[in-house]
Ligand binder design. Structure first.
Ligand SMILES: CC(C)(COP(=O)(O)OP(=O)(O)OC[C@H]1O[C@@H](n2cnc3c(N)ncnc32)[C@H](O)[C@@H]1OP(=O)(O)O)[C@@H](O)C(=O)NCCC(=O)NCCS
Length: 158
């Protein structure tokens, strides 16, 4: 575990192709989502504390060293939207997600953005439970948010 840490990420569109490919694999495996090159460009995730990569430094800089991603951005006057949070299966359940979410909450408080918002698959009960632990609750159902499924919008206060 000591070789693993969350680092600041570059803008998704500026990543080397090999790393984009690795992230696409990770999203596909863990969430079923397909990310293409244009998705990376459209995301508009800036370089800030809410853009983090989970790195296993033992394998760095090989793309396999990338074992998790948190992408979020500031929206409206008062919100932070989590666009993606994924950790590779073998590293899940070890507190790594909790750590980065707590850090995001701290940053959000510091910049006086007191609301956190995200979308999650209706079927992803584990992720819903995970976010509920941090005070996020289901606010509404978004029909057909995913290609194959409805989504929930979850919202909470930091
Ligand atoms: C959801 C996710 C980011 C949580 O990160 P994590 O590092 O696994 O979560 P933590 O280890 O901090 O877990 C906190 C709690 O959540 C629960 N939990 C969430 N995911 C878990 C998992 N895969 N395995 C075990 N427990 C899990 C546990 O109850 C845990 O409670 P505990 O600490 O009392 O054991 C991660 O599991 C993941 O990438 N899942 C697949 C992708 C996904 O669903 N992303 C969210 C889409 S919006």
């Amino acid at each position: 575990m000591s070789n693993i840490s969350w680092i600041l990420g570059p803008k998704p569109e500026d990543m080397p192709e090999t790393w984009k490919l690795r992230i696409s694999q990770l999203f596909k495996q863990e969430t079923g989502e397909s990310y293409t090159d244009s998705t990376f460009r459209m995301l508009q995730i800036p370089e800030w504390n809410g853009n983090r990569l989970l790195i296993n430094h033992q394998d760095y800089p090989h793309p396999k060293s990338l074992i998790g991603v948190l992408w979020s951005k500031q929206i409206f006057d008062d919100r932070v939207r989590i666009v993606a949070l994924v950790i590779e299966k073998q590293y899940q359940g070890q507190g790594l997600g909790t750590k980065v979410i707590k850090e995001l909450f701290t940053t959000s408080r510091e910049i006086e953005r007191n609301t956190i918002q995200l979308e999650v698959r209706v079927s992803n009960l584990r992720a819903q439970k995970f976010y509920q632990r941090f005070g996020l609750n289901i606010q509404q159902t978004i029909d057909n948010y995913y290609a194959d499924e409805d989504g929930y919008m979850m919202v909470g206060t930091v």
